[in-house]
Each structure stands twice: as structure tokens, then as C-alpha cells.
Design a protein around this ligand. Structure first.
Ligand code: SF4
Length: 239
């Protein structure tokens, strides 16, 4: 593929997303892809403390989860536990609600149509999927994609908290109503809390619409693009 074809393909992402105003700032790309956070902000005491490798610790969490039977979802048709994937030192983390059918099938988060749109959203701010970390509030698919129930969330979310505390992202994007409500312990409609900054476990959490909702309501892509520009700005500024 020629460079021109590459560019055409890249711009098509933006058209597909319904966005405009593509950055060509190379500084952003260099900083965002570093993934370590070393150049963005003064090291905190947490970062300075000697700690085992983050990879190993994430592996330890996965081992801890094992073939989990802690909540009733293990009896309700789940095929695979969807732990999460991506850069264990990511500065940007996405958290969704729960695995769907494709994710349950493959054991990976956001791999269906909504996942493909999420990939485009990530690329729209000049990052790649492997630069970020993607997980869900709960790790097993609820039957018929129903909302997770409170006891399931209460049982499973400590694993997400451990992932967040190890990865120490600077920005977390909560994808959709359920993820935002669960993480922020609120029931304020997503349309009112999206795009706002919330302190969350040492990170800035920004709720936005779920990619699956965008597939049904493409006119909301503009708002997600606004939210993602804010995310990019926070990462670039060393928030
Ligand atoms: S949703 Fe979480 S707590 Fe429930 S069975 Fe799956 S991994 Fe275990």
C-alpha cells in the first residue's frame, strides 16, 4: 500500500467516525506512544516504590481469578472469562460493562462490531489498541447481554480495581451508562456526566457513550469525539 493509500485509509477512519480536525502534531504521537508516563508528570511516591513487574502482577490477578465460580454468572452460559488486554503500563484505559457474545467466544474484550468501532476511536486520537488497556467491570458475559446485577458487580469489580491500581493509567474512559454508573456510584444519566472529569483511583475518569450505542445512534459520534479530544489533551498536557 502506498503512502497515499495509507493516508486515504487513515482519513476514512475519521469520516467513518464523523469527526474532523485531524492532528498532525508529532509531539503527541511520541508522548502518547511512550506508554510509561515517565515524561508526563512528576513521579509519585506510588511510582517510586519498588514493585514487582506489572506484567507479573496482572498475571497474578488472572491466576487468582482462575476458573472463577465466585458469582452466579459462571452457571449462566459463560464460555470464557474475559480478563482484559493491552499495554500493562498504559496511560489510557477503557472500561466497558461486560463481555458480549464475541468477547465470550474469543476471551478478549471489545472484539465485536462495537470493538471495531472502539479501535477506530482509539486510532482517531493517534493511538493504537496495543497502546491502551481495555477491560470490563465484570469478566463474564451475562445471559442474553442483560445488565450485570448488583451482586455480580460487587463480586467481580475488585478484580478490575486491582487491574487499575497496578496499571495506574492517567486517564480512564468509562464506556457507556453501566460502566460509568458502576465506577462512579451514581445514577445521573450518561448524557449529563459524559465528557466531565472525575477523580478516580488516582486517575481522571471521563465517561462517554458506549461504542455499541454509537452503532445504533451514529449522530452521537460527535460527542464522543469531543470527549476523546479531551482525553488526548489531558494525556498531552501531562495531567
Ligand atoms: S463475573 Fe467475575 S466474579 Fe463472576 S464468575 Fe465471572 S470472573 Fe467470577
Amino acid at each position: 500500500m502506498s503512502g497515499r493509500d495509507d493516508l486515504r485509509e487513515h482519513l476514512k477512519y475519521y469520516r467513518d467516525l464523523g469527526v474532523a480536525g485531524v492532528t498532525t502534531n508529532p509531539v503527541w504521537r511520541e508522548r502518547a506512544h511512550s506508554g510509561s508516563g515517565e515524561t508526563h508528570s512528576p513521579p509519585s511516591t506510588e511510582h517510586e516504590a519498588p514493585a514487582p513487574s506489572t506484567d507479573t502482577d496482572l498475571d497474578a490477578i488472572r491466576i487468582d481469578i482462575g476458573d472463577c465460580t465466585r458469582c452466579k454468572l459462571h452457571t449462566l452460559g459463560r464460555q470464557r472469562i474475559v480478563f482484559g488486554s493491552g499495554n500493562p503500563k498504559a496511560e489510557l484505559m477503557f472500561v466497558g460493562e461486560a463481555p458480549g457474545a464475541d468477547e465470550d467466544e474469543q476471551g478478549l474484550p471489545f472484539v465485536g462490531k462495537a470493538g471495531q468501532l472502539l479501535t477506530k476511536i482509539i486510532e482517531a486520537i493517534d493511538l493504537k489498541r496495543e497502546d491502551v488497556y481495555i477491560a470490563n467491570v465484570i469478566k463474564c458475559r451475562p445471559p442474553a447481554n442483560r445488565n450485570p446485577e448488583p451482586d455480580e458487580v460487587a463480586t467481580c469489580e475488585p478484580f478490575l480495581f486491582r487491574q487499575i491500581d497496578l496499571i495506574k493509567p492517567r486517564v480512564i474512559v468509562a464506556l457507556g451508562t453501566h460502566a460509568a454508573h458502576t465506577l462512579l456510584k451514581t445514577d445521573v444519566p450518561i448524557s449529563r456526566i459524559r465528557g466531565r472529569q472525575h477523580d478516580y483511583r488516582g486517575a481522571i475518569l471521563i465517561p462517554t457513550f458506549h461504542p455499541a450505542y454509537l452503532l445504533r445512534s451514529p449522530d452521537r459520534k460527535r460527542e464522543v469525539w469531543e470527549d476523546m479530544k479531551l482525553v488526548k489533551s489531558l494525556l498531552t498536557q501531562g495531567a
